[in-house]
Design a protein around this ligand. Structure first.
Ligand code: ADP
Length: 373
């Protein structure tokens, strides 16, 4: 087992004007489960494939432990890859599929059998060892693909969307299995997904990529509580954080579409001008109608989802529509709030939503950078 270091690593596809992965600096600790997440095309797979040796490192380097593997052929890197399409050999049994790489590597038969047996026990595949892949369910095939990686006892697992072929329910149970298996084996793992929920639930740490550039790397809750910029703020969390353009008055309040909201103390005095406020759906609460001192955003309720424990309110900042503003403005002023399940709301009514100032995130609108602590 070993740490993995991306050191200013870059990959540029031939003829491309922009690198697919630019100047990636990322240290993955020995035994860590690191998730690379971001929207399609952000460079996740390319990063993983560089580590696996399937794409060239066109600048910078990648180390596994102390060893620079940038120019090392894939088979000599001591990694095992689990792909999205499991690429099992259809004519080989489960046991032979799992043992295949070991046979190529010249591992003696007794040792091969022992390793396959151990992996099959870990993955609950013992009863299926003689079957062919076509006689397996999607979830079972996925476990065989995992087994094939495990028997190699590599220093690093590379997993590229390994759950994307499973149905939603199986995906949830399999992600727990992979996490606990990885913990038990303690093998450094780099896992690629576009699904932020998968990233948050599986990763020890999560690296968020956008347009080939690493945006932030941190523990899941740290990303959630303190997104470094507008991209991470909007990407992590479901439903997404409300992002509202506002102007600061330099005296502790922000104005959003004509309404005042108090701000966290550390930004209140400091900034004026244009900012974007980030408010998580669960950070809103309903307050009594505006008096002279109360502040909040009047929201017209469009949809109410009562889920029992929680009620989700989807609405629009009032008056924005009435002003005859553009559709884009109306969309920008959509609000989602997660409220107590016993909160009674009626479609079409107007409620006043407020947020504790310390739970309001403040970003520079132009650069996207976080301004609040
Ligand atoms: P992700 O895994 O995050 O969806 P990729 O790493 O596959 O993203 O792709 C990153 C960028 O590189 C995208 O802009 C994509 O279009 C481009 N790209 C991927 N593969 C190739 C290729 N073989 N040739 C040229 N460009 C590619």
């Amino acid at each position: 087992m070993a740490a993995v270091t991306f050191d200013h690593a870059e990959h540029r596809y031939p003829g491309a004007t922009q690198p697919a992965v630019a100047d990636l600096d990322l240290e993955i600790e020995d035994g860590e489960f690191m998730v690379l997440v971001g929207p399609s095309g952000c460079g996740k797979s390319t990063s993983l494939r560089m580590l696996a040796g399937l794409e060239e490192v066109t600048a910078g380097s990648i180390r596994i432990g102390e060893r620079d593997v940038s120019g090392v052929p894939p088979k000599d890197r001591d990694i095992a890859m689990v792909f999205q399409n499991y690429a099992l050999y259809p004519h080989l049994s489960v046991a032979d599929n799992m043992a295949f790489a070991l046979r190529i590597a010249g591992v003696p038969k007794a040792e091969r059998l022992a390793r396959v047996r151990d992996a099959a026990a870990l993955l609950d595949l013992e009863a299926l060892l003689e079957r062919k892949p076509k006689a397996l369910s999607g979830g079972q095939r996925q476990r065989v693909a995992m087994g094939r990686a495990i028997v190699r006892q590599p220093q690093v697992f590379c997993m590229d969307e390994p759950l994307s072929n499973l149905d939603a329910k199986l995906r949830v149970s399999t992600r727990t299995q992979i996490s606990s298996l990885q913990q038990r084996l303690g093998v450094t793992t780099v896992y690629v997904t576009h699904d932020q929920v998968e990233a948050m639930t599986m990763g020890d740490r999560v690296a968020v990529l956008h347009d080939g550039v690493l945006q932030q790397v941190d523990a899941p809750l740290a990303l959630y509580d303190r997104p470094a910029n507008l991209f991470v703020a909007g990407f992590i969390g479901s439903p997404a954080m409300n992002l509202l353009e506002a102007t600061l008055d330099g005296e502790g309040t922000a104005t959003v579409a004509g309404y005042r909201l108090p701000l966290p103390r550390d930004v209140a005095a400091r900034a004026d001008g244009s900012v974007t406020l980030g408010i998580r759906p669960e950070s809103f609460h309903v307050v009594a109608e505006a008096g002279p001192t109360s502040t909040g955003l009047p929201v017209q309720v469009a949809v109410v989802e009562e889920l029992g424990a929680d009620t989700y309110l989807y609405g629009t900042l009032e008056d924005v529509l009435a002003d005859g503003t553009s559709v884009q403005d109306a969309v920008r002023h959509q609000i989602v709030a997660r409220l107590d399940g016993r909160q009674r709301l009626v479609r079409g009514e107007r409620v006043l939503l407020a947020a504790d100032p310390e739970r309001v995130h403040v970003f520079d609108t132009a650069s996207g950078a976080r301004l609040s602590a």
